[in-house]
Design a protein around this ligand. Sequence first.
Ligand code: ADP
Ligand code: ZN
Ligand code: ZN
Length: 670
Amino acid sequence: MTEFYADVVPGISHKELDKTFQYKVPDSLVSSAVPGAFVKVPFGRGNKEITGFIIELSETPKIDPEKIKEIKEILSDSELPESRMIDLAHWMKEEYDTTLIKALKTVFPVQETVREVKSRTKPVDYAKDSEAGITLNDEQKNFCDDVKTDFDNGIRDTYLLHGVTGSGKTLCYMEVIEHIISRRCRAIMLIPEISLTWQTVGRFKSRFGDRVSIVNSRMSKGEKYREFVRCSRGEVDVVIGPRSALFAPLKNIGVIVIDEEHEDSYKSENAPGYHAREVADYIAKKEGASLVLGSATPSVKTYYRAKKGDIRLYRLTERASDSPLPKVFVEDMREELKSGNRQMFSRRLIESLRIRLEKKEQAMLFLNKRGYAGFVSCRSCGHVMKCKNCDISMTYHRVGRLMCHYCGYTVPMVSKCPECGSPHIAGFKAGTQQVEESIKKLFPQARVLRMDKDTTSTKDAHARILSEFSKGNADILVGTQMIVKGHDFENVTLCCALAADMSLFAGDYRASERTFDLLTQAAGRAGRADRAGEMIIQTYDPDNYCIVHSAAHDYEGFYNDEMEFRRLLLYPPVWNMMTTGIISSDEEALINVCESISQSEYINDLKKNPKDITIIGPSKESIYRVDNEYRMVMYIKSKEAYILKEIRKEIYKYCTDKVFLQFDTDRTDI
Ligand code: ADP
Ligand code: ZN
Ligand code: ZN
C-alpha cells in the first residue's frame, strides 16, 4: 500500500521555508492532507504539539520510514491566507516552471526579527478629500454600476476600463472598491511603482483612512512585513502597491484592480518570471473576486481578449478636466537632411525650445532607447533593414553582418541603401549625453538636467533630479524614456521624442505596441494644466502606422493595424509564443545542446505541422555573450497553449549540468 508523506513547515517565513519536516499521513487523513492544509504535529524530542502547514506531498520517505512521525490532526480546510499562498505557489511552480521553494519565497514575505521599525516615508497631510462632492459622469457611472451590480448578484468577471489619462479611472476604482468593502470584502489595487505618488496614496487615504496599506519596493523588509502582518490581522481593507502587493495575506478578496495594466513592470524579471495579470487572474478565480484592468493604452493582448468577449470592455472617452489633449507634430527627419539640417533636432523643435525658454516654460526631451538593439536605417529615405522571414528589424553585428535574432537569418552589412541607393545607411546612434551637449551649444543660457542610467546610479538620484526639475531649477530635462512615465510637471508645455524610431525598430514583435504606449504617455505629459501643450515626434518613418495613430491619439486605429501585422506573422495574441533561452558559460556545450535539440526527432516531427506550430531557431541572442555566458534563443509559436507545456518538458530533457534553460511563455488566454 502506498504511504504518503507530507513536508511540513512549522512557521511561514522566508527563513523557515528551507527547513521542512516530513510526516507520515495517516490513512484517515489522506483525502484532506493537501498542500496548504493547516496541521497539528508532534515536534522535537518531547513531541510537543505544534502547528504548521503542509507545503508538499510525496510518496518517498526522506529518512527511515520507521522514524517518521504522523500528522495528528488537520485543523481547517484552506481558509487561512497561508493556505491560499501555498496553493498559489504550487500553481506558479507549474505555470512558470520554477521550483516550489522559489515560488514559496515569492509569495511569502521575509520575516525579520521585528525590532521597532521606523517608517522611512514622510507623513503626508491627507486631511482634505478633494473628491467628496464629485458626481460620476454617465460613462463612469455605467462602469461602476455594472461592476457593483454584478458583484451583488454573485457574478465575478474581468473588466477592462479603457480611458484616456485624466478621464477618472482612479475615481472609478475607488468607487468600486468602496462598494465591495461595504460587502465585507477586501481589495488589492496594483499600481506601477513609478505612479505610486503621494497624490494617489493621498486620495486613497482620504477615502479609506487607516484601513489602507501601502507597499513599495523602497520599504525595508521589516516595514513590508509589518504591513503584511496588519493584513493578516484583518486591519486592512485595501492594499496598494506594485506587483508584490498581490501576495498580501488578505482574507475575503472581493476585487483586484490593475491600473496601467499594459505596463511591463508587472512582469517579474527574476524567476519565477510571473506576470501580475496572470497571477491576479488566478487569485480572482480562486477567491471569487472581480478583476478590473485599467489603461489609456491597453496591451494589445488585453484589448484583443476584450474584443473577443472574454473581458468586459468599458470606455471613458472624455477627460474629466477641461485640459485638451496636446497638439502633436510629426517631424520628418529625412526632410531635415534634405534641407541641409544635419543636427538631431528638427527646425520645429529648435524653434519650440526657443519659445519655451523665452516664456519660461519647461520642456522634456527623451530618447526611447528601451529594447534598442542597433538597427540599421537609411537617413535619406528611412528604409529599415528587416528580416525577410519575421518582418523584424535586423541588428548590426561587429563582424560586418546584419542578423535577425528571431530566426538567425543574416545578410552582409550593406554600404548603399537597397531602396534608394543613398550611402547614408548606418546603425542608428544617439545618446542622452550627446543630446545634452548639443542643447548646451544651441542654447548656452538654458539650464539642462539629464536623467539616464549614468546619472541615476546612486540612491535617490532619481527623486533628486525630478524634484529639481519640478521646482523649476532647470528649463530642459533630457533623458531616456524613464522621464516620461508617471510624472507630472505643471510647467512642462513641450515634450519631444527625439528619435521615435529607436524603440519602433527594437527588434521584437511588441516594439510598435511599446512605442505607441510611450508616445501616448509622453503626449499626456505636455500641458496638463491650463496651458496647451505640444508634443513633437521626430522620425524617419512618419507614415508608420504607429506614429500616425499616436499623433492622432487614436488607440483603436493603432490596434487594428497592429493586429494585421500580428495576424500575418502569427505573433501573440493570435498564436501563443514560447521563448526558450538556452544558456551556458561553456560555448561548446551550448552548441552541442542546441544541435541535439534542432536535430531531434521530436522537434522535426513538430516542424511537419506548420498549421499548428512554428519553430524558429535556436539562434544567437542579439547580445550573444553576457557576463561570460553564451545565449541562444528559440521561439516556438503555437495555436494551442497547452502544447507549449509539453514541448517545454521535452526540451528539458536536453538540459545538462552545464547548460540551462529559461522559458517565457506568452499565452493568449490570460
Ligand atoms: P485617471 O485615473 O483616468 O487619470 P483620475 O481619476 O485621476 O483619472 O481623474 C482626474 C481628475 O479628474 C481628478 O482630479 C479627479 O478628481 C477628476 N474627476 C474625475 N472624474 C470627475 C467627475 N466626474 N467630475 C469632476 N471631476 C472629476
Ligand atoms: Zn534609402
Ligand atoms: Zn527573422
